[in-house]
Write a protein that binds this ligand. Structure first.
Ligand code: SF4
Ligand code: SF4
Length: 93
């Protein structure tokens, strides 16, 4: 039920300030979410506050490893891997 912070995190501290469960800590290498504290904001907010405020795509993932802010969701730019795959496919035509 807890989320995780990935290596994409830039350490802006925004998520730590808004987490209602005080579940976000600063480790020696990067920010992380304490799984026993994170309840995905249930009972506090309709949306996970860390993901709502995070400015970095793919910095926070759910238990399945899926980014809460997937590539392109904040920037509007297409996923680079999809662009490369599409251009390769077109080159073969
Ligand atoms: S989902 Fe909510 S409770 Fe969990 S770390 Fe993010 S802000 Fe905190
Ligand atoms: S808001 Fe996003 S980028 Fe900023 S510290 Fe939290 S996870 Fe890292």
């Amino acid at each position: 039920m807890a989320f995780e912070i990935t290596a994409s995190c830039i350490g802006c501290n925004a998520c730590k300030l808004v987490c209602p469960q005080k579940a976000i800590t600063v480790g020696p290498k990067q920010y992380s979410i304490l799984p026993h504290r994170c309840n995905e904001c249930v009972g506090h907010h309709a949306d996970p506050q860390c993901a709502s405020i995070c400015p970095v795509e793919t910095a926070i993932v759910n238990a399945e490893g899926r980014a809460l802010n997937p590539p392109g969701s904040l920037t509007g730019l297409p996923d680079e891997r999809k662009v490369v795959a599409l251009s390769k496919r077109r080159a073969r035509l």
